[in-house]
Ligand binder design. Structure first.
Ligand SMILES: C[S@@+](CC[C@H](N)C(=O)[O-])C[C@H]1O[C@@H](n2cnc3c(N)ncnc32)[C@H](O)[C@@H]1O
Length: 279
């Protein structure tokens, strides 16, 4: 009886490690956590390669249904279950709670790591050890416009560090009204783009006026890292209002004022005049 938490990396079905693949192939049940991140392929592609049926685990299943899955596993000594996580199981969203719940039930837990957006962001040319605290930018609503990320960016920049901004994902969400009425009607999925992130960042700067950054601050936007059509673009923050980064997922880097000479070269390499059409 083992509960395996396996990172799938970023990209497609082939980014699973050989170790992860061997484990998945021998598991009796395979769940894919799919509310904190997405892969570049449909689950059928994974099923084809893994030779296993995949059960999609949304937020409800991960937060509430997981206890039932684990309790059943704890009563079935010959059974093995795999819990697949896009990226690394402990990066950005930690699945430590799931690990702890399994351990408390006396289940052996094994982890298989993989690449995460947290380290793959080095693809921008900004050095991973020159990043400060990672921030998350949530979708603003009419009533809810939290600027809590602002002070963190400010602190990072005061220390001469870059900031990785993870952008909001809304998969299988319900409106407050539907929650109140107990209706299981879900909104279409939404993924924040670099453009929306910049609109919200500039709004926060205008409201707080703490000079954490400006329209001219150097930034790098990434889209679909690890996918076959990955895109990396650099420019001043304001440029991203006009740079089309394409389908999700997007992440955004707010650079430190001073760049290392190689970072500077990489910044220039990814910098294209956004008024010109992409080659
Ligand atoms: C909660 S984090 C996912 C963490 C995941 N476990 C990992 O290790 O990468 C989700 C956010 O990371 C960013 N992200 C994840 N995968 C990405 C990718 N392939 N390209 C660009 N951004 C990505 C997006 O901003 C997304 O909203």
């Amino acid at each position: 009886m083992v509960f395996y938490i396996i990172g799938l990396g970023l990209g497609d079905e082939k980014d699973i490690s050989v170790k992860g693949l061997e484990i998945v192939k021998k598991c009796d049940e395979v769940y894919l956590e799919h509310y904190t991140s997405i892969l570049g392929v449909q689950k059928e592609k994974l099923e084809e390669l893994y030779g296993r049926q995949i059960i999609m685990a949304d937020r409800e299943m991960c937060e509430e249904g997981i206890d039932t899955i684990l309790e059943n596993l704890s009563k079935t000594p010959q059974k093995n279950v795999a819990f697949l996580v896009v990226g690394d199981p402990f990066c950005a969203t930690t699945h430590s709670d799931v690990q702890l719940r399994a351990i408390q039930l006396g289940i052996k837990v094994e982890i298989v790591h993989n690449a995460s957006i947290i380290n793959a962001i080095g693809c921008t040319g900004m050095q991973v050890y020159r990043f400060g605290e990672t921030i998350s930018i949530p979708f603003f609503t009419e009533k809810w416009r939290p600027y809590s990320f602002y002070e963190k960016i400010k602190k990072n920049r005061e220390m001469g560090l870059h900031t990785l901004c993870l952008l909001d994902i809304k998969v299988k969400e319900r409106t407050d009204e539907n929650i109140l009425k107990g209706k299981k009607i879900y909104e279409p999925p939404r993924f924040m783009s670099c453009k929306t992130a910049v609109e919200q960042l500039l709004e926060a700067e205008q409201q707080i006026a703490g000079k954490a950054f400006s329209k001219e601050t150097k930034c790098v936007g990434v889209a679909r890292v690890g996918f076959s059509d990955q895109l990396i673009r650099s420019g001043q923050m304001v440029d991203f209002l006009n740079i089309e980064m394409g389908p999700p997922l997007h992440s955004f880097v707010i650079c430190a004022d001073e760049l290392h000479p190689i970072e500077e070269d990489m910044y220039k390499f990814y910098n294209k005049d956004s008024s010109k059409k992409d080659e």
